[in-house]
Design a protein around this ligand. Structure first.
Ligand code: KG4
Ligand code: ZN
Length: 342
């Protein structure tokens, strides 16, 4: 059986895994940097890339050790080279290229967002294509038409903030800490989602599959702290107001995510839906996706939590390129923005 070492460093997790060509995950190691960024209320790119430099080789060593294989035993080295933070991507890519050069093993570049969707294939243990793929994370809210494991076409995405980022920024305004997604979800549990009127941008526009969440942040800010450039004094907020606003924001975000997913399913005619990325950890989102699946009759795939947040096991999408003989040269570069790959 062929083995692939996969490397992930697109944002603030340094990760490596050893996967088999039958999609067995032999090891998966993730070093998070949450503590380093907490005090800044968001990921600081320069800190992230420096932390990757320190962690990437120990993480790779651990992944090999846990799988009980030597570097010489692997048949290819795969790396998520797009999209992500430029400095972070460079660290993983340079590590992968160096190992490929030193060992003579083939190099496989993978797309991080496609890997998030492929996590559904790994978890399902069976084919999930063709499907609508949806990545909902801190950096992306992107819908794909996935005709096959090597054939992804972006259908739409956010024109400003990602859904996870909106969760994080609003949570910060509400004084809920970082990362804000889980904290806002907890706060929303005791809230009335109907108390505040919040926008659902682009939701009624059936001509496009895009999202916009930055206006939502502004609306929250003005409704809580008044117009102009108010001081964002979260400590002064009544806990019930925090809970109601959290619940309202969550429903506004989810209305947009679910509405556009429904439209993507209608437009493609596909009957499978694969969702990945950190926001899929959200229970209310999962519930709304399950309701959508029941309403439309589509088959829904969501990976377990460990495969939803950033990890290198989902880099097993490299197996598809390995089997197809699609390798990259050592001049492979990073692609920081969203790319069309098919
Ligand atoms: O995929 P991910 O681990 O990293 C990337 O951004 O690529 O996603 C992280 C995002 C953060 O914005 C975090 O707040 C959000 O996922 N998130 C959640 C929840 N858990 C994590 N958002 C809403 N509800 C959650 N329970
Ligand atoms: Zn991600």
């Amino acid at each position: 059986m062929a083995l692939i070492l996969t490397i992930e460093s697109t944002c603030d997790e340094s990760a490596a895994a050893v996967v088999g060509d039958d999609l067995t995950i032999h090891s998966s190691v993730v070093a998070t940097q949450e503590k380093l960024h907490e005090q800044f209320g968001g990921v600081v790119p320069e800190i992230a890339s420096r932390a990757h430099v320190e962690r990437i080789l120990p993480v790779i060593h651990q992944a090999l050790a846990k799988a009980d294989v030597a570097l010489s035993d692997v048949d290819a080295i795969a790396v998520a080279h797009q999209p992500g933070l430029a400095g972070s991507l460079l660290v993983g890519l340079m590590a992968a290229k160096s190992l490929a050069l030193a060992t003579g093993k083939p190099l496989i570049g993978i797309d991080h967002l496609q890997a998030h969707i492929y996590a559904c294939r790994i978890a399902a243990g069976r084919d999930v294509f063709p499907c609508v793929g949806f990545v909902v994370s801190g950096g992306h809210s992107t819908l794909y038409r996935c005709d096959g494991p090597l054939d992804f076409t972006p259908l739409g995405g956010t024109i400003d903030d990602a859904a996870g980022e909106a969760y994080d920024k609003v949570a910060s305004m509400l004084g809920l800490g970082f990362p804000g997604g889980p904290a806002l979800e907890r706060a929303a549990a005791g809230g009335d989602p109907g108390r505040f009127r919040l926008p659902r941008p682009l939701l009624d526009d059936d001509s496009r599959l895009d999202f916009s969440f930055s206006g939502l942040k502004t609306s929250v800010r003005y409704q809580l702290f008044g117009p102009g450039r108010p001081e964002l004094d979260a400590a002064s907020l009544d806990p019930q107001i925090v809970a109601d606003m959290a619940a309202g924001v969550q429903e506004a975000i989810l209305d947009c995510l679910i509405g556009k997913t429904r439209l993507a399913l209608r437009q493609t005619g596909f009957t499978r839906l694969c969702v990945g990325g950190g926001v899929t950890a959200n229970k209310r989102f999962r519930q709304r996706l399950e309701e959508l699946a029941a309403e439309t009759g589509v088959e829904l795939f969501i990976p377990p939590f460990s495969l939803c947040t950033d990890n290198a096991a989902m880099g097993a999408i490299a197996v598809e390129r390995f089997k197809a003989g699609q390798f990259d040269d050592l001049d492979l570069d990073i692609g920081a923005g969203l790319q069309r790959v098919s």
